[in-house]
Design a binder for this molecule. Structure first.
Ligand SMILES: Cc1cc2nc3c(=O)[nH]c(=O)nc-3n(C[C@H](O)[C@H](O)[C@H](O)COP(=O)(O)OP(=O)(O)OC[C@H]3O[C@@H](n4cnc5c(N)ncnc54)[C@H](O)[C@@H]3O)c2cc1C
Length: 445
């Protein structure tokens, strides 16, 4: 690791969300030059939250970021599971057990705090490094680098381009277009490699009944799942930060949708609230109660899939995060998986650039392939387990009713394994030390 940028090598990052901001921080710590293009603003607050697993907190500690997230988030310790008739059929403390094992809690925070904490971690926020409201419009690759044309018509030269621009990735779409004549089926797999069976209404509300600040919808640090057999929808409510509650209604689509799925409007949100608002969300309230004290909400399809073809162009472009793997949000692992990708990619780039500050395309592709090889099985695990959990929460499929009966008898230590397998085997940044003991910032308890 050096203090000055490694001579001449420059990474162009498309996207300034979980993947892009994590990558920017990692590159800055490694002394690798970069420019990040985000077509919107950083930390746009669209009403979503983020479940932060201990493995992500650990990487944040390595990067020296995440203080705001740690300070604001209550450790999530207890989950309650309700059926559609309002009966509590299971209480479980697998997240407390995960905390004890990983020494860091699972947190559930608003995205604004999470992103601000990553953005604030960057030392250099000048326009040479961070360009907001400017996206990647197209790019061309050569043997020595990549040239990006932005949607403002600016030309940016770099050594590699990393597409961290989400499920609707323009970088991935452009890669698919370039493949169209040579390999039409690979091009199609790249452009349209996702499907959706469910959509989600995700809301953030003030954590009390309107006009009655004394009565909370849910106690701090708790999660509440609802499994409605009759309506075949699922729900989750989490009190992860002071004064707010995050809630989700998961709804099966009438017909599974090919990618791209249609966008949802306020009329669709109102229709979901009319149909399912009466359902019990916690021991204390319905979704309608929380909607009456709403801060913000968003409704989106939950795409599922892993891009089957290579995640790199065979040249100087590579894809990370949601641009190549998507899972339903029921287990809250997708964003954590993006952090994995960044660790894998940067762990390959750093030693390569130490050896050779001007690597060949072949050497770079080896690093991209190695990152993908490590990341695929974890992406597969997240996609499959999230899909099973989406079915279970929405009570879709004969086995879910049986599962609901068995679920209370499964020890929390076994339930924890879904998270602890993923968490315990997550990659870290090899070039930065892991902080332990007193170095680890105190969490809010
Ligand atoms: C309702 C919901 C709840 C979720 N909850 C959780 C959770 O609790 N925990 C969890 O781990 N995961 C969760 N996820 C998944 C998580 O949000 C994603 O996995 C994560 O946001 C993906 O990060 P990303 O940076 O790869 O892409 P994105 O977050 O999609 O960001 C892509 C960024 O790229 C920008 N962009 C797009 N095109 C361009 C372009 N051409 N040029 C420049 N910039 C561009 C976009 O504006 C955006 O900022 C949830 C998802 C949903 C839908």
């Amino acid at each position: 690791m050096s203090d000055s940028p490694k001579s001449g090598f420059k990474v162009i990052i498309a996207g300034g969300s979980v993947s892009g901001l994590t990558l920017a921080n990692a590159l800055e710590r490694a002394g690798i030059d970069f420019v990040l293009l985000e077509k919107r603003d950083i930390a746009t607050d669209v009403g979503q939250s983020l479940f932060v697993l201990p493995c992500t907190s650990l990487v944040h500690e390595q990067l020296g970021v995440g203080k705001a997230t740690r300070e604001v988030g209550f450790p999530i310790l207890l989950r309650e599971h309700w059926d559609g008739t309002g009966s509590l059929f299971c209480s479980s403390d697998e997240l407390l057990q995960l905390y004890q094992r990983a020494k860091r809690p699972a947190l559930f925070v608003d995205r604004h705090t999470f992103f601000t904490s990553l953005y604030d971690g960057l030392e250099d926020k000048s326009e040479a490094r961070i360009r907001t409201r400017e996206g990647v419009a197209s790019f061309t690759e050569s043997d020595h680098g990549v040239t990006v044309i932005t949607d403002k018509g600016n030309v940016i030269e770099g050594s590699i381009l990393v597409g961290a621009d989400g499920v609707h990735s323009g970088v991935r779409t452009h890669m698919a277009e370039l493949l169209q004549d040579k390999n039409p089926s690979a091009s199609k797999a790249l452009a349209r490699g996702f499907k959706a069976r469910y959509y989600v209404l995700a809301g953030t509300s003030y954590n009390h009944f309107p006009g009655n600040p004394e009565v909370a919808f849910l106690a701090d640090g708790k999660g509440s799942n609802v499994y409605d057999e009759k309506e075949q929808v699922g729900g989750l409510t989490v009190a992860g930060v002071p004064g707010k509650v995050f809630w989700f209604i998961y709804v099966p689509m009438e017909t599974p949708s090919e990618y791209p799925c249609r966008k949802f409007t306020q009329t669709d949100i109102d229709a979901v609230m009319t149909k399912y608002g009466h359902l019990r969300a916690t021991g204390n309230c319905t979704f309608k109660d929380m909607f009456a004290n709403l801060d913000k909400c968003v409704m989106v399809p939950m795409e599922e899939g892993i891009i089957k073809t290579s995640w790199n162009s065979g040249g100087r472009t590579v894809l990370v995060g949601d641009s190549v793997h998507k899972a339903t949000s029921n287990l809250g692992m997708g964003g954590n998986l993006c952090v994995d990708d960044i660790c894998g990619l940067v762990n390959g780039l750093v030693p390569l650039l130490e050896r050779n500050p001007s690597p060949s395309t072949k050497e770079l592709v080896q690093v991209f392939d190695q990152y993908e090889k490590q990341a695929r099985p974890r992406a597969h695990f997240v996609r499959i387990s999230s899909s099973i959990f989406a079915d279970f929460e929405c009570m879709s499929g004969w086995w879910t009713k049986m599962m609901k009966r068995v679920f209370p008898w499964i020890p929390a230590s076994v339930k924890m394994r879904v998270f602890s397998w993923f968490d315990g085997s997550a990659p870290k940044l090899n070039f930065l030390p892991v902080k332990t003991g007193e170095d680890v910032a105190k969490y809010r308890d």
